[in-house]
Design a binder for this molecule. Structure first.
Ligand code: PHE
Length: 349
């Protein structure tokens, strides 16, 4: 071995070992053990160097000895550090990585505008004592149509193009949340005050103004002596909470099989800008929901005596409401999850 112990090559070797130890990265216990065997074990490099130290000429002993001690300490500390790194389960840190550099910020998501509007509508009604109820999206004919006074083969069923479930003509994707009214009335005794948000499905061509999937909120109020005036007052409260305290409403006669009389509610939007003319078709008024007094036939179907109780119901589209609130021109934007669109609602959270 003597050939190894010429002084200059030896000093160079020490420097190489030092670098090797400093840069060492391990991934497992085996790596750590290999490191120990290579440098620190009895037959390892460092004990061998101490043996060799005896043969170093006296004049060079000081410099060589200092360097060797530094190397030994380095190897021992490194071994301990790697060992505790493995024990704590943490990966060994690459010394070239600066852990004090701040990471890239993580982006926080936003609520979807449909979700925000749904929450706002629901909370307005919760404040006046409405509870929230939900029903299934796949419904039977009874809850979606028959109990709601749509007779079989009645053309009124064509008002809402239905997606049927293959192999079972009795099952369909619900075309409106009015099906939840039926479920609530079947299961609860009046007085009933409930609001039912949910997803509905219609077999319609997709365009800027129509989609085959959308969301509605249904309201139902049943008690003794409930009048049309009660309905109007409740809807006026809603309109003023949602569209602003000065909002004006009007009720236009309409038709739904499950309400009698039926109406559509408009809010006064104004005619100030060109957009106002376009959205309101030049009238200044905008239709926002359908409503009416619950038809006695519907109460009967659900086991409620129409001689004792009366009530009103209403339903509105959430996307349509969100389009008005946020001035969104194309309904499809709500379903595409384009980040550039959704990011615009960050401040509205
Ligand atoms: N279900 C009706 C629709 O989808 C809305 C409505 C609900 C009308 C309740 C009156 C009462 O268009």
């Amino acid at each position: 071995m003597r050939g190894l112990f010429y002084f200059w090559p030896m000093l160079k070797k020490l420097e190489e070992y030092e670098k090797q130890i400093q840069e060492l990265v391990i991934a497992s216990k085996e790596d750590l053990e290999n490191f120990r065997l290579q440098f620190l074990s009895k037959k390892g490099i460092i004990p061998k160097l101490f043996t060799a130290f005896r043969d170093v000429p006296n004049e060079q002993k000081k410099e060589f000895g200092q360097k060797l001690n530094v190397l030994k300490n380095l190897a021992e500390t490194k071994f301990k550090d790697l060992q505790s790194g493995l024990k704590s389960g943490g990966a060994t840190v690459d010394p070239n990585i600066d852990l004090t550099v701040p990471p890239f910020p993580t982006e926080i998501g936003t609520r979807h505008p449909v979700n925000m509007v749904r929450r706002e509508i629901v909370s307005i009604f919760e404040r006046i004592g409405f509870s929230v109820s939900e029903g299934p999206e796949i419904e039977d004919d009874w809850h979606n149509f028959s109990a709601l006074n749509f007779p079989p083969e009645h053309p009124a069923r064509d008002m809402q193009d239905t997606f049927f479930v293959a192999k079972d003509p009795d099952m369909a994707l619900r075309t409106h949340t009015s099906s939840v009214q039926v479920r609530v009335m079947e299961n609860q005794k009046p007085p009933i005050r409930t609001i039912s948000p949910g997803r509905v499905f219609r077999n319609e061509a997709i365009s800027a103004r129509a989609h085959c999937i959308f969301h509605q909120v249904e309201g139902l109020y049943i008690d003794k002596n409930v009048s049309f005036a009660d309905m109007k007052d409740t809807l006026l409260y809603f309109a003023r909470e949602f569209y602003g305290p000065e909002t004006k409403i009007r009720l236009r006669p309409s038709y739904f099989p499950f309400t009698e009389p039926s109406a559509e509610m408009d809010v006064y939007w104004g005619l100030e800008t060109e957009a106002d003319y376009r959205i309101t078709k030049g009238t200044g008024w905008l239709e926002v929901l359908g409503c009416g007094m619950v038809d006695p036939n519907v109460l009967k179907s659900c086991g409620i005596d129409p001689e004792v109780y009366s009530g009103f119901a209403f339903g509105m589209g959430i996307e349509r409401t969100a389009m008005l609130k946020y001035q969104v021109k194309d309904l499809r934007l709500f379903f595409e999850n384009d980040k550039r669109f959704l990011d615009q609602f960050k401040s509205a959270y």
